[in-house]
Design a protein around this ligand. Structure first.
Ligand code: AMP
Length: 211
């Protein structure tokens, strides 16, 4: 087979397989249980979990330039600038060319991040299948995060003012991402209260409705 023909076919088949990916955005305020539920979903649907919060904490733990840059924003409960966050996310996605799909946890948190994610996935011949938001009221999440702070070792989980700042940032900068995907018919809400198994059951139903 001529080499141009071979590369054309390879490209076609790569695009077909990328279209079969299942890319989910797991959404909700800090402390809504995204990390806990992501662990269950990656197992059940064989997906790659990408948590930008975890990636930043890893970089901080290793005192990398990226980690040092992110640290001040995280300590104040503010978002790390989009330019830094989007680059880090892109690098991570590109490390998994053979993934069945991704669960994005804590990303996108701004409209420019959502637009960058869509462009990245589009360049891979795929897209966001759906955004699933865990609904939990504010007092419940403040209580959950402060409790988690007793063992998580996270400075941003220990101080109530910082926790409330994170929730305020969620409302002003992140909640619009729900509407962004809702306009494409891709957003759904699920009740984030109850036992871990109950919530996992609701999430599975939501994911199955997308497949
Ligand atoms: P999380 O573990 O998702 O609650 O994130 C902890 C902190 O990391 C946030 O309060 C932000 O400072 C930072 N962070 C995580 N993900 C993002 C993101 N997508 N955009 C900007 N900052 C982020």
């Amino acid at each position: 087979m001529r080499s141009w023909m071979k590369s054309f076919l390879t490209l076609r088949f790569e695009n077909v397989s990328r279209l079969n990916m299942t890319n989910l955005v797991l959404f909700g305020p800090p402390g809504s249980g995204k990390g806990t539920q992501a662990a269950f979903l990656i197992e059940k649907y064989n997906l790659v979990h990408i948590s930008t919060g975890d990636l930043f904490r890893y970089e901080m733990g290793n005192n990398t330039p990226l980690g040092l840059e992110a640290k001040a924003f995280m300590a104040k409960g503010e978002l790390v600038p989009d330019s830094i966050t989007i680059g880090m996310l892109r690098n991570k996605v590109e490390k998994h060319p053979d993934a069945n799909g991704f669960i994005f946890d804590g990303f996108p948190r701004t409209i420019p991040q959502a637009e960058a994610l869509d462009a990245l996935l589009q360049s891979m011949g795929t897209e966001v299948a759906g955004l699933i938001a865990l609904e939990v009221d504010e007092e419940e999440i403040v209580g959950r995060i402060l409790k988690r702070g007793q063992t998580s070792g996270r400075a941003d989980d220990n101080d109530e003012a910082t926790v409330r700042k994170r929730i305020a940032v969620y409302k002003s900068e992140t909640a619009p991402v729900f509407d962004y995907y809702a306009k494409m018919g891709k957003s759904m809400n699920i009740n984030g209260l109850g036992s871990i198994d109950e919530i996992a059951g609701r999430l599975s139903d939501a994911v199955d409705s997308l497949l």
